[in-house]
Design a protein around this ligand. Structure first.
Ligand SMILES: C[S@@+](CC[C@H](N)C(=O)[O-])C[C@H]1O[C@@H](n2cnc3c(N)ncnc32)[C@H](O)[C@@H]1O
Length: 248
């Protein structure tokens, strides 16, 4: 496990985050379904990257607390030797990291405690596990809406893209500003007034711009439940997240 930052204590923030979460649910009750649809998107993306695109190296930034179908579980079910590096800056996620690091597969898993706003730090630490001269999948799943314009989100993604060898993939999802517009905007206002992070929701065009310079895989940037759904049930879910995958 690699630790690179001194983010403030998770306990200090826990109550505030929970209050922010409750306020968001009150404004937008559909958020639970949206979160589930995004997790299912994550699993389909990793399965596609491992099984169809032949990717064996994954850099999953904004990991979150372990849930069903974590990246290494899906990737190593296809390719047991897959190498996965998780990155998050939340001390609560760090406390859960041992769950992510326990795998019976022969592949390698690492966890980096670092901030996405410092991509050079992440790339330097990840290079201990991943070979950036070979294709890698960079995953920014449900994290870019937590990067405001002041933090230069396109510059951050640009630095990550520049480190990706030809044949690499970028997978990204984030909260939309142009789906269920009013409810989601109210949820964002409540979140921003209570949580330590500020959310910046983006339009389909703004999310598509993150993939500039890469070739989008079909069907492009779509609501996450419609990205290569594995059943009609999957496709009929509701979400307020745009998601896509593109190849360098
Ligand atoms: C909504 S969760 C998404 C978790 C997971 N990727 C998923 O899709 O289920 C966002 C995660 O990104 C992390 N995060 C937010 N801003 C970050 C930053 N600047 N650097 C690193 N991690 C960050 C949060 O701590 C949180 O764990």
């Amino acid at each position: 496990m690699t630790c690179c930052n001194s983010h403030s204590s998770g306990n200090d923030n826990f109550a505030a985050d929970r209050a922010a979460g409750d306020a968001v649910v009150a404004a937008y009750p559909g958020i639970a379904e949206s979160v589930r649809a995004n997790r299912a998107f994550l699993a389909r993306v990793v399965r596609f990257l491992a099984a169809e695109a032949g990717i064996t190296q994954f850099l999953d930034i904004g990991t979150g607390i372990p849930a069903a179908d974590n990246t290494h579980e899906v990737a190593q079910a296809v390719t047991p030797a897959a190498r996965v590096v998780y990155v998050d800056y939340d001390p609560v996620v760090l406390q859960h990291a041992r769950v992510l690091l326990t795998s019976t597969a022969p592949g390698t898993i690492d966890y980096i405690d670092a901030d996405l706003r410092e991509p050079a730090v992440i790339l330097g630490a990840a290079a201990r596990t991943l070979d950036f001269t070979r294709p890698v999948a960079v995953m920014l799943i449900a994290v870019m809406h937590l990067i405001t314009d002041a933090d230069d989100p396109y510059g951050i993604v640009g630095q990550l893209k520049a480190a990706m060898a030809p044949g690499s993939y970028l997978a990204l999802s984030q909260v939309a500003s142009d789906i269920e517009t009013e409810q989601v905007a109210e949820a964002r206002r409540r979140y921003n007034s209570l949580a330590r992070e500020t959310q910046r929701h983006r339009t389909q065009a703004e999310v598509t711009s993150f993939f500039d310079g890469l070739v989008l895989v079909d069907p492009g940037v779509v609501p996450v439940q419609r990205w290569r759904p594995d059943s009609d049930l999957t496709a009929s879910a509701k979400s307020t997240m745009w998601g896509g995958v593109a190849r360098r």
